[in-house]
Write a protein that binds this ligand. Structure first.
Ligand SMILES: [Zn+2]
Length: 156
């Protein structure tokens, strides 16, 4: 199995039932307003931006681009970005603003949840990588008023 298929399958195994991984427009479900279509694109080009989410999660469509980078595993990048989507979805559903860092406590909880969903599909090295990353955020991104829509794991 190539890496692209591997990461698509991993994404499908760990997302909530109301999310749908799509590679193109034809895969998307526009009939059910409760479904969140995630347009997952895997870019093999070495780029400093590892993962990127944008778009209106509340509108039921969210593009997600995953970049390969030698410093982080592609699995951790996927889980990290899906956790951002989970936070955005939760915030939209609650109709609330989140006054904390984009990697603050709410994100850390979402990331832990995503890790527990992925636990049996990823290797110990990736689990350790993610646990160290969450621990890092715990000490550096407690609570703040920074807000941002996009994310780069290397940028902070
Ligand atoms: Zn992030």
């Amino acid at each position: 199995m190539n890496q692209e298929n591997y990461i698509l399958e991993l994404a499908e195994k760990i997302i909530p039932a109301s999310w749908k991984i799509c590679q193109n427009l034809e895969d998307m479900d526009f009939n059910n307003p409760l479904i969140l279509n995630i347009n997952l694109i895997i870019n093999k080009k070495d780029n400093k931006y590892l993962g990127y989410t944008s778009g209106a999660v509340e509108s039921g469509h969210c593009p997600l681009i995953i970049y390969q980078n030698k410093d982080f595993s592609i699995e951790a990048t996927l889980l990290h970005e899906l956790s951002h989507i989970a936070v955005k979805r939760w915030v939209a559903w609650k109709k609330q603003q989140l006054y904390e860092d984009m990697h603050g406590p709410t994100f850390q909880r979402a990331y832990k949840t995503m890790l527990s969903r992925a636990w049996k599909y990823i290797n110990e090295g990736v689990i350790n990588e993610i646990e160290i990353e969450i621990e890092y955020y715990k000490y550096t991104k407690g609570v703040s008023h920074l807000k941002g829509d996009n994310c780069s794991k290397t940028a902070s």
